[in-house]
Design a protein around this ligand. Sequence first.
Ligand SMILES: Nc1ncnc2c1ncn2[C@@H]1O[C@H](COP(=O)(O)OP(=O)(O)OP(=O)(O)O)[C@@H](O)[C@H]1O
Ligand SMILES: [Mg+2]
Length: 361
Amino acid sequence: MTRGTLPLFDMVPRITFMVVVSVLAYLIFSIVIASDSLAPSLSTNQFGKIAVIGGVLYDVKATAAEYVEGSSVPGAVVGSVGGVGLNMVASAAHVLANIPGAARPLLYSVVGDDLFGSQMVDAISRTGVDASGVLICKTHSSAMFISLGDVHGELMNAVADTAILDDNLGEHIAGSRHELGSMKALLLEMNLMPEVALDAIRHAPDAFIALEPVSVPKAGRIVTILEQGVSVDVISPNTIELDAILAGVDITDLSTNATVHTKADALLERFPTLASVLVTAGADGVYLVTREGMQHRPARDVVQRVDSTGCGDAMVGAIVAAVAQGLCDWTAGDVGGCLDEGLDAAALVLQSTESAVGKYH
Ligand SMILES: Nc1ncnc2c1ncn2[C@@H]1O[C@H](COP(=O)(O)OP(=O)(O)OP(=O)(O)O)[C@@H](O)[C@H]1O
Ligand SMILES: [Mg+2]
């Protein structure tokens, strides 16, 4: 045996020591690498992740040059992607695009495995929305709204086919309960069946919850939801939807010409789990009523009013995104920063022929 070499049994502790040191070094190295690769996602602002649940549909508008019974007539036919869900989430995306690191808003909806469905997914992605919550359904065709009008703009007839949403959205939402629980805010439109909305709300107990009534016939669904005693942070009716909601509630001591403040107060009193009522009033701007009182903001001055369709959707989408990002403190009544975003988004839609902000970016 030469000097400096060790017998094998002498080397065993040294080898063990080196193995242990290597394993430890490897572990430390992996932890550093892992935390490094986590860094970008942690620095992304997950704080304000919002989800919109609602409809996207293909809108076909036909204008007939004349009417001849039992016959086709010449005219113009225009198709576009629309829907309250898309309008709201596009507006949220517009607000969030200006906030560095903000997560894109997520849309939960269902489209068909058809030409219209792929156009819808394209349009959704182009607006900066996370389309991973959009289910492509093979059994139904995409939701469509087809209207026939005359040359004066009067509606002659219309057909809405939303069976794909009615039949599939509930199951889709039930399958997404886990993700809903991590959302900072949820914005739901009342084309949803009340039980689907309730399922989503119950699985997002920490989220800011907003309900958009959509229309007079659908507004009553808000009453069904509130009657279940779930917490709702804000509902966003326009003035006629506010009346429709009140009509579904047993409140007797309210005169028909009561003010917006009185009407909204009556709702807050009737539903203790409802925190605020945001009443949009077209050219008269917006009223926010809470238990602490009422605030009014005038509408933005605009150079040209082109079409107000979708202004309310844009307003509530922008406000909910702003709340989720902490641009205001809604529960503390410090709402200015969020209402400003809503008014700006509504003004953008008002000045455009599109019914959603930046729809075709
Ligand atoms: N004619 C108008 N002039 C100025 N601002 C308007 C006008 N119409 C709408 N707005 C702005 O848009 C906001 C929301 O509009 P509106 O009250 O018409 O909502 P809505 O009826 O729910 O709309 P939609 O259901 O079509 O989305 C208003 O609070 C206002 O800021
Ligand atoms: Mg509306």
